[in-house]
Ligand binder design. Structure first.
Ligand code: COA
Length: 156
């Protein structure tokens, strides 16, 4: 949106509520979110003082950080906010001296895969049966059971 200039991205303060309703758009099980959320950094995007999107960054090692979750409020999707946040994350991790940024998604999550590839993320590895082993219920996406995770990597 032309309004990306009106979006402020900041780290969530420790005394603020974790934005679960947004996080659940990207990751449908609270128990899966809770596996990474407490040792990750949570960033929120605000417009007119309202949180409209979030991303979660986990430090993997000295060279690598990973986006564990990214979600844009439905009312603001397809206006460039997600792309803006992915570029924001890449810029921030570069500034901090990391060499690469990872992001994982379902092997059948075509919209997300396209978006990440368009922004310079390259397929890096496949984690077999990730969505079977880490989620209590079977997940369907685009009419197909979600099984494997594709992890993409961007050199920043
Ligand atoms: N105006 C119109 N369209 C635009 C635009 C603009 N100013 N800027 C970008 N777009 C297009 C992009 O080119 C892209 O097109 P494509 O689908 O053909 O590739 C599309 O809008 C989406 O990009 P963008 O608007 O940047 O993404 P988004 O803000 O919708 O965020 C997600 C993407 C995936 C984070 C968002 O859809 C979401 O929260 N989904 C639910 C949670 C989820 O699946 N998270 C990821 C888990 S892996």
């Amino acid at each position: 949106m032309s309004a990306n200039s009106e979006i402020i991205v900041r780290q969530l303060e420790e005394d603020e509520k974790i934005p679960y309703p947004l996080l659940l758009l990207a990751d449908e099980a609270m128990e899966a979110i809770n596996k990474y959320i407490f040792d990750s950094e949570i960033y929120v995007a605000e417009r007119n003082n309202k949180i409209i999107a979030t991303y979660v960054l986990k430090i993997i090692d000295n060279d690598t950080a990973e986006i564990k979750n990214i979600a844009v409020d439905r009312a603001f999707q397809n206006r460039g906010v997600g792309s803006f946040l992915l570029k924001h994350a890449a810029g921030k991790v570069k500034e901090r001296g990391f060499k690469s940024l990872l992001i994982g998604t379902g092997d059948n999550s075509l919209h997300q895969l396209n978006l990440y590839r368009k922004l310079g993320f390259i397929d890096f590895k496949i984690i077999k049966d990730f969505f079977i082993e880490n989620y209590p219920n079977t997940i369907y996406e685009n009419g197909k059971q979600l099984k494997d995770m594709v992890v993409l990597k961007k050199d920043v």
